[in-house]
Design a protein around this ligand. Sequence first.
Ligand code: SF4
Length: 333
Amino acid sequence: MTSVQNPAAKENDYILELKDLKKYFRIKSKKTFGEHPILKAVDGVSFRIKRGEIFGLVGESGCGKTTLGRTAVRLYDPTGGQIIFNGQDITNLSHKELIPLKQKMQIIFQDPYASLNPRLTVGDIIAEPMVIHKMFTPAERTERVQELLRVVGLKPDHIRRYPHEFSGGQRQRVGIARALAMGPEFIMCDEPISALDVSIQAQIINMLEELQQKRNLSYLFVAHDLSMVRHICHRIGVMYLGNLVECGSCRDVYKEPKHPYTQALLSAVPIPDPDRAAAKERIILEGEIPSPVNPPAGCPFSTRCPHATDRCKEEKPVLRDVDGTMVACHLYD
Ligand code: SF4
């Protein structure tokens, strides 16, 4: 296991540290005749997030990035490894023991339609965490909810409305207000813009960026839109088949991606400048992502990598420092 560090940061500067984190699911299906194969959604991932940092996690659909994010905030129980939050090992805390920590650790969900209870008013939805944690009087809660509505660009008198009375972008603003209600230090943003109209996405991203700066928040920003990640994130981790294959500063990874998978992913990002776009070569990957139930024995990318050798098919590469970026690829041994 190799811990991916930000060399500029000191030990206590980190808000979240994942060490060799694993999350496996047992698949129950009538077709498996009593045997339950194991799906390795996250298979030994390590990295740290610095206080006040936005760390982007990217990869194709099914690569395990959402499962990793949800396991990191203990929405899922990990199968193995360690989760350190604010210096405290939270890997095996019970759900009761986690309650006080959840004040500092919040989630913004992908789907603003599904994540808000349609039977509650917006005021009740945003106040819910304060009620659970028995904080403030009812009058103080109302005042705080109205202030949070203002902070996310809604009106204080929206407090009595129901989720169905809002547009998708407004509902996501309500979701963000709910996440801010307890004054968190860390927010896991689970593809927070992918369900929104393109015209709204930039507004929500700008608001998240502004909130991060004003409140010195740290984000784990799970996304598949690489242009947005480049815009908002300080560092980026690239996942493939449950593994972290590259991790470094956004500037370095976007300028000079090292892992063949990252190179292919970034080659598909549209460039607005027509001359530069025409000069850019798109790397088309052949084949599908292998099943995480039966991953390749060596490098997880070996079945699609244009540079794969016999060694790649037998020996799994570990993350190593290549000019300040961590890369898991035998090309850099
Ligand atoms: Fe490709 Fe081999 Fe590097 Fe894996 S280890 S990315 S298969 S060159």
